[in-house]
Design a protein around this ligand. Sequence first.
Ligand code: FES
Length: 162
Amino acid sequence: MKIDCTIDGKTLTLSLNSDKPLSLILRENMGNEETVNHCNGMMCGLCTVLVDGKAVLSCMVPAFEIRGKSVITFDSFRRSRDMKDIEKAYEAVGAYPCSDCYASRSLIFHSLVDEGVTDRNQIIKELSIVRCHCLDAESQVKIVQKAIEIRRKRYVRRTQLT
Ligand code: FES
């Protein structure tokens, strides 16, 4: 099956089995083994990517579902202005994800910040897909709240400059 999609800003037409998981497409077809895991299904949460801006477990997304969509991996996200907001929030709260879950958790934080999610329970639930226990629940809630504040200030500054 031919699948048109965008991965990390590149427009591609991929020839794939329609059921191939996105995590394997990224690892095997795109050479992205460093920041995307594949554990055979919902065991680790370390395969998170953004699909049309929303954080998802890429091992649960079959190839046919990315047709016409934009996929962003941590490889490109780490260089974005949005990631800077998340890094500033880590610094402000004084809590950081470990190297194992840094990529996945940062993408989920971004997705929550982008949607403006401030509800404590929802934040904890969304982040629970990452099975690593390096960050406690309260720190995660504080990081999202701080990052929302940082991003709002950035947007206000940008609006004032235009
Ligand atoms: S690869 Fe482990 S949950 Fe997706």
